[in-house]
Design a protein around this ligand. Structure first.
Ligand code: 1CP
Length: 355
């Protein structure tokens, strides 16, 4: 039985994605729930650790809603992580205090690949779907809810390296020395990503975003083959099942490759801060909405600097354009050292900008 959810009160972001008229520019922030908020740190401490927080339906719901109580955000995003998929495939995700995510196992040879668990997303990732439904109910139509996943390429870098990486040494070695092996891994992960996003939509997600956070680590000749191809396939499979649910594709470092990304059924392309939005608009025409792209470090500046930089970003987004088809955001996730009052200055500056 499909749950009945309350109708949406604020659909600004969905309207902008469809190039319909909006009263003001919609805005949200990648990683809007997280360590820059003292109330997040308090809830995580109650849960014990990060993964327990993700698996605790009530607390995952609570931290998703925390930024919405402080700021007039136009969307909520599921509190979870992209690394839930490799964890469900049996790699053993853990966090050491002060360090990034780590895996107990890596995937570097046939034995590792064949040892990956088949994932039934409604079984081992059931806690994610429960969080989605709980958040959607709790939102009560206030704003739309984003579900998300990492891209196969970005997930594969963690699975091959065993955690975060600066140079992606083992993944790149694989790409050039054993490309068919890397493709076998990407193919497996892509199948899980499609199931995972589809299940999030069925559980209540109204928009989904694919984070290709490390797409920009690829060389320009390899981006289409090792990252884009799989994102395109996932989006096409999702569109066949859920034609009306918008898909956002965010490739960090992918500004030069927007024409490649445009060759997908993504409704929105996300930009990092290196790309002028007006230039992206010229490359994309008016068939794809754009999301982004204030340098997250801008939030270390004074309120005056944040207002000025936000205005410059919006001027650039709307140069010679109908004033829609655009969603304001940061060019990557908000950093843990940001003063929450500065995030509020950014959100309010977007809404106060006269269209
Ligand atoms: O100590 C803590 O509380 C853990 C910090 C943390 C948080 C708050 C991690 C570990 N993940 C998250 C939440 C998270 N991760 C969200 C929450 C929803 C929201 O936006 O509010 C989302 C969307 C993610 C997605 C994510 N995780 C990405 C893609 C987005 C991006 O920033 O590029 C990536 C690359 C990860 C991996 C990951 N998980 C956690 C950390 C610190 C990292 C990054 C490690 C690295 O740089 O390699």
């Amino acid at each position: 039985m499909m749950t009945q959810f309350a109708p949406l009160k604020n659909d600004r972001i969905l309207r902008a994605m469809r190039f319909e008229e909006v009263d003001t520019t919609p805005v949200w922030m990648m990683r809007q729930a997280g360590r820059y908020l003292p109330e997040y740190k308090a809830t995580r401490a109650e849960a014990g650790d990060f993964l327990s927080l993700c698996k605790d339906t009530a607390r995952a719901t609570e931290v998703t809603l925390q930024p919405l109580r402080r700021f007039e955000l136009d969307a909520a995003i599921l509190f979870s992580d992209i690394l839930t998929i490799p964890d469900a495939m049996g790699l053993g995700l853990y966090f050491e205090t002060g360090e990034g995510p780590k895996f107990k196992k890596t995937v570097r040879d046939d034995k590792d690949l064949n040892g990956l668990l088949d994932v039934d997303v409604n079984d081992s990732l059931d806690y994610v779907m429960r969080a989605v439904t709980s958040i959607r109910n709790e939102l009560n139509g206030q704003v739309p809810l984003f579900g998300f996943s990492g891209s196969p390429w970005t997930l594969a870098t963690y699975m091959v390296e065993g955690g975060s990486s600066k140079d992606y040494r083992h993944t790149k070695e694989m790409l050039y020395a054993r490309p068919e092996f890397l493709h076998a891994l990407l193919d497996k992960v892509a199948t899980v990503v499609t199931d995972y996003l589809s299940a999030q939509i069925k559980a209540g997600a109204q928009i989904v975003q694919i984070f290709d956070s490390w797409g920009g680590a690829l060389a320009h000749r390899q981006f289409a083959e090792f990252s884009h191809k799989y994102n395109k396939r996932i989006i096409s499979e999702l569109k066949a099942i859920h034609p009306d649910v918008p898909v956002v594709l965010f490739t960090k470092g992918g500004g030069l490759w927007l024409s490649t990304q445009d060759d997908s059924q993504a409704d929105v392309l996300g930009l990092d801060w290196t790309m002028p939005i007006s230039q992206a608009r010229t490359m994309l025409g008016s068939n794809k909405a754009i999301q982004g792209n204030l340098d997250p470090a801008t939030l270390y500046g004074s309120p005056e600097v944040i207002r000025q930089q936000t205005k410059l970003m919006l001027d650039d987004a709307y140069v010679n354009q109908p004033k829609t088809g655009y969603i304001a955001n940061l060019g990557h996730g908000i950093a843990q050292w940001v003063n929450p009052d500065h995030a509020k200055v950014f959100i309010d500056a977007v809404h106060e900008y006269k269209l």
